[in-house]
Design a protein around this ligand. Structure first.
Ligand code: OFO
Length: 172
């Protein structure tokens, strides 16, 4: 049996991971339709990563005797203003996910569920990485400004970075 409060918090987090996956899928699709191939590949990879985060948590809840809830998710936006705003939204979104993971850590400690606390540390590390990546991409975009040649090169660089990071997902 899982601690009910921890189980509820994990199910909330499962929903957030699913929403993140849909959100980045919407960004991938928008970028694809706007000639931003590198950004689109980056976001398609990112949507898969978020789905993996969700699956990993679903498995954990079920293996620990809880019941994972496969969530419905809200419709993400159909379009975005520009490249920079996409990455600003991504960073803002990741910051809310980090806050939610930190809250999950807190609940585990309050409920003395050290096994789940240990499991959640993987997500803590993952959030650090994702935030750092989003910040470094945004820094580049700020330097480039609206210069179209620079944006073209940025998008091409992102395609290369994505190709390098496109290792097969670890098994859930
Ligand atoms: Fe699941 O790490 Fe981003 O949101």
């Amino acid at each position: 049996m899982m601690n009910p409060r921890v189980e509820a918090a994990l199910n909330e987090q499962i929903k957030k991971e699913a929403s993140s996956s849909q959100y980045y899928l919407a960004m991938a699709s928008w970028a694809e339709n706007n000639g931003l191939n590198g950004t689109s590949k980056f976001m398609y990879l990112h949507t898969d990563e978020e789905r993996f985060h969700m699956l990993k948590m679903i498995k954990f809840v079920n293996e620990r005797g809880g019941t994972a809830i496969v969530p419905s998710v809200d419709q993400p936006p159909l379009s975005f203003d520009n490249l920079r705003s996409v990455f600003e939204l991504l960073l803002a979104h990741e910051l809310t996910v980090t806050a939610s993971i930190n809250n999950l850590v807190d609940i585990c400690l309050q409920e003395k569920d050290y096994t789940t606390h240990n499991f959640v540390q993987w997500y803590v590390a993952e959030q650090l990485e994702e935030e750092a990546l989003a910040r470094s991409i945004l820094d580049k975009l700020k330097l480039i400004g609206n210069e179209s040649g620079g944006l073209y090169l940025f998008d091409r660089d992102l395609e290369q970075i994505t190709a390098q990071n496109n290792a097969p997902q670890p098994k859930v």
